[in-house]
Design a protein around this ligand. Structure first.
Ligand SMILES: [Fe+2]
Ligand SMILES: [Fe+2]
Length: 339
């Protein structure tokens, strides 16, 4: 397939922020950032009458008849684990990847061509992310104490894969791999966080915690969308050949359902191995994995890549094409296997 065809990926997306535009939020950071204005969130209670611990559509196993027939308390416990998993992953992502990248942008070690105001914005983002990590750990500790549920580390997989991917790059390129992972993640995370704060079935305290995060991430999305075209234009040929296809891998990781985690939650509920396998097969068959990337929330990132002309780079365009066709092929294979 020609690279030019890929320039239409996500063609109906909203307009991107221009390279010079500031989000406005970062200028008013001192009065608007969650770390500056939000109170500590305290989980006084998370019993069913206070609402759900998490949006159920984000955890498709809870709609499976084998789970539903076991009653609302099992659903509640699984959603509690999903909330814990979300908090733990947020803490790890911020601490291990986003905070160090933001620090390096502030210092000029990465993207040294950025103007001083943009480097100061990176420092503000660094503070935001450290705070997201802090309140995620704080609420997770409260959650575990309150419910007795121990949240496993199953969702750290994408950070392990980032490590493995970065190790395949020449040592001098590794900081850039993390930086572009951060750009990709920051461009799509608002869309991922947006569902739960407006879900009135979810307990207000949980919605507030995620809304605290979302408020900051909307500004971060504008910042990283704005710097992508220039960041991409500064890459050398070898760097583009490695980082462009890596972006396609990253976006696949962001939107693939957490099957391993969900399996673990079912097993923690004491379900038999055969029942767990049946639930997972059914969920995988019906999940939106076969959806085009833009329908799975990747549209803002695809738009940003287009704005930087990244799809004119053949290896990048091909990698994105492969993850689209992989999703379609996998969907067909799952259906075929079930016959
Ligand atoms: Fe964050
Ligand atoms: Fe962020």
């Amino acid at each position: 397939m020609e690279a030019a065809e890929h320039t239409n990926i996500g063609a109906a997306d909203p307009p991107a922020v221009s390279g010079t535009e500031r989000s406005g939020h970062m200028e008013r950071w001192y009065s608007r950032a969650s770390v500056r204005r939000s109170p500590r969130r305290v989980l006084a209670d998370l019993d069913p009458e206070h609402g759900l611990p998490f949006t159920p559509e984000l955890v498709p196993i809870v709609a499976h008849p084998e789970v539903v027939r076991r009653g609302p308390m099992m659903i509640h416990r699984i959603l509690t684990r999903a909330l814990g998993d979300h908090l733990r992953f947020t803490e790890e992502l911020e601490n291990e990847v986003v905070v160090p990248v933001a620090q390096r942008i502030q210092s000029g070690a990465i993207f040294p061509w950025l103007e001083p105001p943009a480097r100061i914005d990176a420092g503000r983002i660094c503070v935001d992310e450290a705070y997201h990590s802090l309140f995620s750990r704080d609420v997770l500790s409260q959650l575990e104490r309150l419910t007795g549920v121990r949240c496993s580390i199953t969702s750290a997989t994408s950070l392990e894969r980032l490590d493995a991917r970065a190790r395949r790059a020449p040592p001098q390129m590794r900081p850039l791999v993390s930086a572009f992972y951060t750009i990709a993640s920051e461009v799509v995370v608002s869309g991922i966080l947006r569902t739960t704060p407006i879900d009135r079935r979810v307990a207000p305290i949980v919605r507030q915690v995620i809304a605290d995060h979302l408020r900051d991430e909307a500004a971060h999305q504008a910042y990283f969308s704005a710097i992508f075209p220039e960041a991409w234009s500064h890459l050398g040929a070898e760097e583009r050949d490695f980082i462009g296809p890596s972006l396609a891998e990253f976006v696949t990781w962001f939107f693939e359902p957490k099957y391993a985690a969900m399996m673990g939650w079912l097993m923690a509920e004491g379900l038999e191995a055969g029942t767990v396998r049946k639930i997972m097969e059914d969920v995988m068959e019906h999940e939106g994995e076969q959806e085009p990337l833009r329908h799975r929330g990747a549209a803002p990132l695809l738009h940003v890549l287009r704005s930087g002309d990244a799809f004119a780079h053949a290896a990048t365009a091909d990698a994105f094409s492969r993850c689209e066709s992989f999703a379609r092929r996998r969907s067909v294979e799952i259906r075929h296997d079930r016959r």
